[in-house]
Design a protein around this ligand. Sequence first.
Ligand code: FES
Length: 590
Amino acid sequence: MIQLTINNKNISAAPGTTILEAAKQNGINIPSLCYMEGVHKFGSCRICSVEVEGARTLQVACMAEVREGMVVHTNSKKVLKARKVLYELMLSDHSQNCLSCNRNQSCELQQLGEMLGVTENRFSTSSARESIDISPSITRDLSKCILCRRCITACKGLQGIGILDAQNRGFDTVISPAMELPLGAAKCAFCGQCTIVCPVGALKETDHIARVWEAINDPDIRVVMQPAPAVRVALGEMFGYPVGTSVTGKMATAMRELGVDDVFDTDWAADLTIMEEGSEFLDRAIAVLSGKKAVLPIITSCSPGWIKYIESYYPQLLPHLSTCKSPHMMLGALAKSYYADKIGFDPKKMFTVSIMPCTAKKFEASREEMVNRDARNVDAVLTTRELGQMIKQAGIDFRNLEDGTFDDPMGQSTGAADIFGVTGGVMEAAIRTVYVLVTGRELPFEKLHVAPIVGLDQIKEATLKFENVLPEFKLFEGFEAKVAVTSGLAGAKILMDQIVVGNSPYHFIEVMGCPSGCICGGGQPRSEDPDVRIKRLKAMYSEDESKTLRQSHLNTSILAIYKDYLGKPGGHLSHELLHTHYVDRSKENE
Ligand code: FES
């Protein structure tokens, strides 16, 4: 261990530790802005500057490593003055419309100014970068960008894509796609991880709030709303609940209080997805086991950021994708067909709203494939953050709401549906059902969990052996199904490269576009809790384990819709309403 002093406190730190990390481990807070724990590669803001005795210049604490005998001062007069000037220079080039900014009161630049005691703006107050870029999912306001480069780290370091980078030099520097193209013209997956890490209002989801209020306030329109599984374990954070608190019941009540007519649950459609996707896997596996041609591994298709990525970067692998639409699209399509028929309502006057932890779902909703019978499956997508904002705009006292429930016929769900919100969950849900269908027995694992694919590792895998199968599945006797799970596009790239070179050992792959899955999607509340991922993951599994039914094929309202309307999984009507096709985007905007 290396011995040093920070602010006259004797400290030991492991070799390779930065001054910033050593200080943090010992309860000393050095302000930072561009720093991102775990993926930080380049110090650009210099706000973390500290004085090191014997050094000629101030040192950047997030990059400088501890040395034996080092004497560090984090709050000397020289340091405080330098930080203040650095901050003022940043502010001089930052839009000043803070009161109307979406990040007002949750802006890290504002918080830093307060911490540094900046009470006046000595320099110019206009930004040299006046430009707004609105893509279907993400809006960039360059006048608010402080060039901290966190978005670059998220896009390149975390997701392995690298759409965003610093263009030009000096005062002309902008963070943007190559050649300053708009995001919509670049091969951006719209995952929104950049919107999570942006410390100011320069990157945010493209607003759908206004159109939802308009629909709610139109007496002729019937508004149908549905929240994704991961929304329920994060929405509470916007109302002061600890990270990892489930607020399912209050969320349902809040939607009703907003004026929504039908409060359905995307969880219901997650169970439906398992019926469709499970049957698709079985069909392809049976074909292969009987010596016919079919494309394996089959890859999940419920993450639209992932879909945009594979369409842009691996179009030759599109036949591997399941043809299932993502769950909220299935629900939207059925709301405007099955449900509209059932209640005798004109589907053209129905407005379907999805609450998603995801920014890419906004793009997905705008795809031309997501239309049935001349009606768009989903008319608007709100992120978890936007739903929280609407609840606040409506003056709803969220913490004191009674727990509500979801409406029939698309409100019932099993625990298998809940875990769609976390990496590994879709695969586990599929295995729970496929195993029963093939063997007639329940999965023999503790609490039905497929342990090797539970957790936050980038790539997880498991093998499932089928023995003593039902007579109609005799081809499966002794078959060892190999499955893999990844979350984040950097992990997806590793698994796709294996398929490209013919070296993939898997039969079934789950890919979620965001690291950890939807619990940390680009539309979730921003959190400073270092354990946010694991806390939200545990909350998802608690939701699952709290349910009486935990396997999708046991959902009675799903069985009812097959009996009354759809026929069978993979049947004609299912294909019309619940399945889709994909587009080669590799040549777009080249
Ligand atoms: Fe260290 Fe930005 S936080 S340079």
